[in-house]
Design a protein around this ligand. Structure first.
Ligand SMILES: Cc1cc2nc3c(=O)[nH]c(=O)nc-3n(C[C@H](O)[C@H](O)[C@H](O)COP(=O)(O)OP(=O)(O)OC[C@H]3O[C@@H](n4cnc5c(N)ncnc54)[C@H](O)[C@@H]3O)c2cc1C
Length: 179
């Protein structure tokens, strides 16, 4: 019997899983669902894009034809909002439903939203997606000064982006947690 697989997430984990499944099961129905508007890209390189050092093209890993060629159904701009474990379906933000025999949740990590009012106001960015990198690059192009909240790996990357874009930036972090 044909197995149907639904994979939530088209990061490197979800996309690689879809590729492996196709190699091992030529007849399986494979659906990859992502809330992002583009197919797999190199997330690690988006910082170079935001610095203004790379154009968009080299960051892309797969275009949509890669999925077509492998008969993988790629659903872009589609957020999974619910999983019915008993009924073996996932529900999307627009009310769509996908049935699965096997489900892989490959949703990666999500940056912590700053827990203060207006943390989603214009000019405030989180940093995880290519779309975030485009918005950061655009803001940095226009800005003279900036503040980076958090001094982990991505905070340091953001500080480097500010430096590369001639934005005078200061980094804010909690001394206690940094000790
Ligand atoms: C700027 C930057 C630099 C980095 N540098 C390094 C580095 O140097 N070395 C390193 O090892 N790692 C680095 N990382 C981390 C690395 O990119 C991640 O560990 C890796 O992308 C994880 O892959 P993943 O497939 O598990 O998840 P992700 O790449 O996060 O992919 C998950 C996907 O699932 C989607 N998704 C989530 N929830 C839903 C939902 N409900 N419905 C539909 N889709 C959903 C997300 O939008 C995303 O597209 C960096 C990350 C960033 C942002």
């Amino acid at each position: 019997m044909t197995q149907s697989y639904v994979i939530i997430g088209d990061g490197v984990a979800g996309s690689s899983a879809a590729e492996t499944l196709r190699e091992e099961q030529p007849d399986a129905e494979i659906t990859v669902i992502t809330d992002e508007g583009e197919a797999l890209y190199n997330r690690i390189l988006i910082k170079e894009f935001a610095k203004g050092k790379l154009p968009e093209a080299p960051i892309s890993i797969h275009d949509e034809s890669w999925y077509d060629e492998r008969d993988i159904d790629l659903q872009l701009n589609t957020l999974v909002v619910d999983i019915d474990v008993d009924g073996h379906t996932v529900e999307t933000h627009e009310g769509g439903e996908y049935a699965w025999d096997k489900l892989l949740i490959a949703t990666g990590g999500t940056p912590t939203q700053l827990p203060v009012d207006n943390s989603d106001a214009d000019g405030i960015h989180h940093f995880w997606t290519f779309q975030d990198a485009r918005a950061i690059r655009e803001s940095a192009d226009e800005a003279d000064t900036g503040i980076v909240v958090g001094a982990g790996l991505l905070g340091i990357d953001l500080a480097a982006i500010c430096g590369a874009q001639d934005v005078e930036a200061s980094s804010q972090f909690c001394q206690e947690s940094a000790a």
